[in-house]
Unconditional design. Structure first.
Length: 108
């Protein structure tokens, strides 16, 4: 779950500026209180577990904490760009170089 939250933050363009809060909802788990939320400097929260009964309360709390929300249509339509392939990375790296520059870095 943590890895998915990091991937969303780093590779989904509309999520770059948003807080990301991974939430697990175990269907048979009971709790009386919402867990504390701890955010890393990049805006990704450590994963939290919330009982089914507390999920509406969590959503209400998040709406109060982040009143501007997000545009769901723009978020869903947002571009997901994972790490480039080796070919894409090489093209980007050498985009402003001549063939002579590239040949100089190829070992004999």
């Amino acid at each position: 779950m943590w890895e998915y939250a990091l991937d969303t933050k780093n590779f989904h363009e509309p999520s770059h500026s948003l807080p990301i809060i991974p939430v697990l909802v175990p269907t048979r788990w009971q709790a009386d209180e919402l867990p504390p939320r701890h955010f890393a400097p990049d805006g990704v929260c450590t994963p939290i577990a919330v009982s089914v009964d507390l999920l509406p309360r969590l959503l209400d709390d998040l709406q109060r904490e982040f009143p501007t929300g997000l545009n769901p249509h723009a978020w869903i339509a947002g571009r997901y760009k994972p790490t480039p392939t080796i070919i894409e990375a090489a093209r980007h790296l050498y985009a402003n170089h001549s063939v002579a520059d590239i040949i100089r870095v190829i070992p004999n």
